[in-house]
Ligand binder design. Structure first.
Ligand SMILES: Nc1ncnc2c1ncn2[C@@H]1O[C@H](COP(=O)(O)OP(=O)(O)O)[C@@H](O)[C@H]1O
Ligand SMILES: Nc1ccn([C@@H]2O[C@H](COP(=O)(O)O)[C@@H](O)[C@H]2O)c(=O)n1
Length: 458
């Protein structure tokens, strides 16, 4: 579990497919928890998260979306004379944008709020991959558009004197406040705003939890309800992908290297079970260079004129964008050496996708992509494509980070025809380059036949 002020994420296990076989995203489950300050919203959210006992759950705190204060307002805030308890204190636009994207399965940057300085920190927290989002805050059930995103709306109803007692303790211990200031802020702003704005939102709740965390029965009922809603997950893909009938013609976005004797010769070596490891590495690196060079020809080049050493113009081409290589670990990293040879100083991202031995489905374990990855042309590298299930997941991850489909070039040593169709059906604008296509997926194991082996799992 990783904890950061304002957000909390659990991702102790791999993430099973969260999208449909056609590549489209499913929506995450969003729970809203409102209530007065120190009513126990965060504590209830953490308890639901713990009891749910499913991976890939995130808690988003509304505090992260306090407005940035002007210097004058900041002075007032430091003197406990600023009203943080009215809806106008929050940046609802950014909040709506973030929750919408998270619900759609996108990666988002969440501001980090500092109560001591009454300001946002310079850094943000990246949140990606939430199957369940728990959003808590005093105005969680205030904005109509935000409530429309929610699958379950909860109000934590705790007595005012208990809330004040807890707030006193917490604000002194955690938020750098003093007794006098807390009481001043409470009587002037917190209490009247609760009565005027927060308490009336109780009518928007599906469930009211009296006494907050102490109400184990209510939390248990809520947990069971959410678990029931989630029971359709995880989605089962690999076998249904393999069963589809794709015909014999390859999709138009697929480029297969010309089957020269040279390519066949390299394949003969790297497919041979008796090839020594060093030879295997040497020849697969050679092959990867050829695949990468072919992939690069799909980049959007512009006209460019060079002056030759003998003073003549050469009307050529230049690529002006930036490239990022993304390896699907562990097998896709085999292509990284070839990539470095072709493109020095290229940025590299990594996705660890492994097959869950119980379900046979791919699972996302790790995702490390450069900041603003959507600004790059991506060379996505996977050693082999069998059913296409793992590659589909990798492209979905890039799309969730707003990488345009047409900016993705997918590179692979060997693909089964079925897998290529799966990728092309889901993401027709992704360009795919493979050095060879094998016709068969074993009906028992879904392995590519005759296959290549040694590159790890697909
Ligand atoms: N049932 C409870 N018993 C004792 N302390 C609690 C209980 N629920 C919450 N607290 C404490 O009260 C403070 C405020 O709770 P929190 O869940 O952060 O409220 P909120 O998110 O609504 O502001 C925290 O210090 C928390 O540990
Ligand atoms: N700079 C700030 C911002 C907000 N507050 C108070 O925080 C309360 C909301 O947070 P909870 O975790 O208690 O829900 C709200 O009542 C504000 O008064 C603050 O003191 N300083």
């Amino acid at each position: 579990m990783s904890i950061e002020k304002g957000t909390l994420t659990i991702s102790s296990a791999g993430r099973s497919p969260w999208y449909n076989t056609d590549g489209s995203n499913t929506e995450s489950y969003l729970i809203g928890i409102a209530g007065g300050s120190a009513s126990g919203k965060t504590s209830v959210a953490e308890r639901i998260l713990k009891n749910l006992n499913v991976p890939w759950v995130v808690i988003i705190s509304m505090d992260s979306f306090y407005n940035i204060l002007s210097p004058e307002d900041s002075k007032l805030a430091h003197a406990n004379n600023f009203d943080f308890d009215v809806p106008a204190a929050f940046d609802f636009e950014t909040l709506f944008d973030c929750l919408t994207k998270l619900k759609q399965g996108k990666s988002v940057e969440i501001p980090i709020y500092n109560f001591n300085t009454h300001s946002r920190e310079n850094r943000t927290k990246t949140v990606y991959g939430a199957n369940v989002i728990i959003f808590e805050g005093i105005f969680a059930l205030y904005d109509k558009r935000i409530m429309e995103l929610m699958d379950l709306k909860i109000f934590v109803d705790t007595d005012a004197d208990i809330r004040l007692a807890r707030r006193l303790k917490r604000d002194i211990a955690e938020r750098g406040r003093e007794l006098e200031g807390i009481l001043q802020q409470y009587t002037r702003f917190v209490k009247p705003s609760y009565d005027d704005f927060v308490q009336p939102t109780v009518k928007n709740a599906d469930v009211i939890i009296p006494r907050g965390l102490e109400n184990a029965v209510a939390i248990d009922l809520i947990t069971k309800h959410v678990q029931k809603q989630l029971q359709d997950l995880p989605l089962k893909h690999r076998w249904s992908l393999a069963k589809m009938d794709y015909g014999n013609v390859l999709p138009p976005n697929v480029t297969v290297l010309k089957e020269t004797n040279q390519i066949k010769g390299i394949h003969t070596i790297i497919r041979d079970v008796n090839t020594p490891r060093d030879d295997f590495i040497f020849y697969s690196e050679r092959l990867s260079t050829l695949i990468i060079e072919t992939g690069l020809s799909h980049l959007p080049f512009q006209d460019e004129t060079a002056i030759t050493p003998v003073g003549h113009e050469y009307k050529g081409k230049a690529f002006k964008g930036t490239i990022c290589g993304v390896s699907i670990l562990r097998a896709g990293s085999t292509m990284e050496t070839g990539l470095m040879r072709v493109l020095q100083d290229v940025k590299i991202g990594k996705l660890l996708i492994q097959t869950d031995p119980r379900s046979g489905e791919p699972q996302l374990h790790y995702c490390k992509l450069p900041a603003n990855v959507n600004k790059y042309n991506i060379l996505l590298m996977d050693a082999t494509v069998g059913t296409g299930a793992a590659s589909l997941m990798a492209i979905r991850v890039l799309r969730d980070h707003d990488v345009p489909e047409e900016n993705i070039i997918f590179l692979t040593f060997l693909a089964a025809s079925a897998g290529l169709h799966v990728l092309a059906n889901a993401f027709p604008k992704v360009k795919i380059v493979t050095s060879m296509v094998d016709p068969v997926l074993s009906p028992e194991t879904l392995w590519i036949e005759p296959g290549i082996g040694n590159f790890g799992e697909d």
